[in-house]
Design a protein around this ligand. Structure first.
Ligand code: FE2
Length: 196
């Protein structure tokens, strides 16, 4: 979680983790047989976990980083809009999965799963652009308009607001998505802070 400036790169690790989980979910959706109730149940369970993480991540950003990003009103408005659109998209995806479970005809179930797969991939494409906007447009705003201490303090407050289970889940998913040097750095930070 370092950057070329003294500001902690609050987006890098968790965004890698979210990308990895979304790619994995897209693959699972694409390989699920809609007629297989157990496979659909597994897909729904996986989607529930990923969607919960996406929602929690967005809420954390809005609560702890968007107030700092308000120093550039255009960037903040753009990110706020994206979060609203993502929530609508996630609700739509959940409705599609519920339709699969409620359908008894095998071919119809396969059609619903294929529809879910296509919608999920489209959402993922849109979400990737959002992550890119945060990394390459919003982060420079934080660097330009906020001190490193302000950003660090907001990040500390975010971590303090998470439950131990949330922190553990995020840490594991960040480690899974990190390069070896990033993982070593993160583990070193945790060891020095007494958290690992
Ligand atoms: Fe975001």
């Amino acid at each position: 979680m370092t950057s070329s400036s003294a500001h902690p790169d609050i987006y890098a690790g968790i965004h890698k983790a979210l990308r990895r989980r979304l790619f994995s979910l897209c693959t699972q959706a694409g390989t699920t047989d809609g007629a297989d109730a157990f496979a659909v149940e597994a897909l729904a369970h996986a989607a529930e976990g990923v969607f919960a993480s996406l929602r929690a991540h967005g809420e954390h950003e809005e609560r702890f980083f968007h107030p700092l990003l308000a120093r550039d009103g255009q960037v903040r408005a753009s990110l706020d809009d994206a979060h609203v659109q993502h929530e609508a998209a996630l609700s739509g995806l959940e409705q599609r999965l519920a339709q699969v479970s409620a359908e008894s005809d095998a071919e119809r179930r396969r059609e619903w799963v294929q529809g879910f797969y296509l919608e999920l991939c489209a959402f993922t494409g849109d979400f990737l652009l959002h992550l890119d906007e945060e990394e390459r447009r919003a982060f420079p705003v934080l660097v330009a308009h906020c001190t490193a201490d302000e950003v660090s303090e907001a990040h500390r407050a975010l971590l303090a607001a998470m439950s131990p289970e949330e922190r553990t889940r995020d840490l594991l998913s960040i480690l899974e998505a990190s390069s070896p040097d990033e993982a070593a750095f993160l583990l070193d930070v945790l060891a020095r802070s007494g958290s690992a």
